[in-house]
Design a protein around this ligand. Structure first.
Ligand SMILES: C[S@@+](CC[C@H](N)C(=O)[O-])C[C@H]1O[C@@H](n2cnc3c(N)ncnc32)[C@H](O)[C@@H]1O
Length: 397
């Protein structure tokens, strides 16, 4: 894509601990800039990648002068606090999720004063599809469209890659001339598929005037080979982090019948004898709610006590409960060897807010890999390299 075989560069906005970088650098994208406002997350980022390209601060204060040349891709896994069902639903007028606007302002400035990036990758919760009745996502698509991009909206779920339920909405925006030139811009078909489920199709139907396209993507993997049991660490037999027996018994006794039955099923050896659990306040009481499948629930940031995810472990014939460990969070986000040099709570926060590495890698490879190929001949070589990479990922899983 770039002249003289130069390696394509990307900037990671809302970088958090850097799991977008973790996902796409092995594909051949070179990180030239990263920004996040949170110093504690930046410390986790730096422990993995160093500080060379990292600017810690508010995106509202980032200027064009801060950005290096040679940025072909800008990623924005922007805050979901104002959009998620668990959050306040203030939408893009909220103080957190509204940080997408200064990001898009920077994209516009780049286009006016130097080369516009070839592509943008936006990521958020699927609640963005319906936030403010769809008006929030509409406003983003309008702005990106006015800047010269066509957008493909897809939902990618972490469960296809790791044992975690985590559906996320991605808007893959590519400059119109590049996508059309590559013959990859098609009108949305309306067919409901795992990548483009009913909520995406509804949005596309209701906003048919937006510059929305459907690009050729293969079907995603059917599901992760890893099970919840396979990502668990060996915890000490007794004592912390396990809850005391009386606390476990009291919580199970207070569960709704459906959840107690799930614990009974684990004790009977179903689902490898393990499941994850959240605590929730129902009718003024804290109760435990156990998942009924082999997946962890969506990891979250532990701002409130109810967002820590627990393990219910019945493998030794009695129920035991402990929080999932920081390393287990990392494994569920597909970053099994990411350095963890912080306390557990900060690690929960960093990983809980992050993206799932193989999910982003899969999407960027399939949706933006064509930008890495300079010609049709190069595409053949790139495809061969992609298969080598797939083999390498499978071996490292
Ligand atoms: C959903 S998280 C992104 C996580 C990241 N993709 C990762 O893998 O760790 C959103 C990030 O936006 C950052 N953020 C929120 N408001 C910001 C602002 N005004 N300027 C810069 N970063 C901001 C948060 O600190 C948080 O790390």
């Amino acid at each position: 894509m770039r002249a003289g075989g130069e390696v394509p560069g990307f900037a990671e906005f809302f970088a958090g601990i850097g799991l977008v970088r973790e996902a796409i650098e092995p594909l051949g994208w070179n990180c030239r800039f990263a920004n996040d406002i949170a110093p504690a997350k930046a410390a986790m980022y730096a422990a993995r990648f160093g500080r060379e390209h990292l600017l810690v601060g508010d995106v509202n204060d980032v200027t064009l002068a801060d950005l290096p040349d040679g940025l072909d891709l800008l990623t924005a896994s922007f805050p979901c606090i104002d959009l998620s069902l668990a959050g306040n639903r203030n939408g893009l007028a909220g103080p957190h999720s509204g940080a997408i606007w200064p990001f898009l302002d920077l994209v516009g400035e780049m286009g006016r004063s130097r080369a516009a990036p070839a592509a943008l990758l936006l990521e958020n919760v699927t609640g963005l599809l319906t936030s403010e009745g769809g008006r929030d996502l509409r406003a983003i698509c309008e702005r990106a469209g006015a800047l010269g991009y066509l957008l493909d909206l897809v939902v990618v779920d972490a469960r296809w890659f790791t044992p975690q339920s985590r559906p996320r909405l991605f808007a893959v925006a590519v400059r119109r001339e590049l996508l059309e030139g590559a013959g990859r811009a098609f009108p949305p078909t309306g067919e409901v598929t795992p990548l483009r489920p009913a909520n995406v199709r509804r949005f596309q139907r209701e906003h048919a005037d937006l510059p929305l396209v459907e690009t050729p993507l293969p079907p995603p993997p059917r599901g992760s080979r890893a099970t919840l049991a396979s990502i668990l660490e060996d915890a000490p037999a007794d004592g912390a982090p396990w809850w005391p027996r009386e606390r476990v018994e009291a919580l199970i006794a207070g569960m709704a019948p459906a959840h107690r039955e799930r614990v009974d099923a684990l004790l009977a050896g179903e689902r490898d004898g393990v499941a994850t659990m959240f605590r929730r306040v129902r009718a003024g009481r804290t109760v435990g709610e156990v998942r009924g499948d082999r997946l962890a629930g969506c990891l979250r940031t532990p701002h409130g006590g109810s967002s820590v995810q627990f393990l219910v472990d019945c493998r030794d014939g009695s129920a035991r409960i402990r929080p999932l460990s920081a390393r287990e969070y990392a494994r569920l986000q597909g970053a099994p060897r990411f350095p963890i040099e912080t306390g557990t709570r900060q690690a929960w926060l960093g990983f809980g807010d992050a993206v799932c590495v193989p999910a982003v890698r899969w999407l960027v490879d399939r949706a933006l890999g064509f930008l890495l190929c300079e010609s049709a001949n190069a595409a053949t070589g790139a495809q061969a390299r992609m298969h080598d990479r797939e083999a390498a990922y499978a071996a490292s899983d």
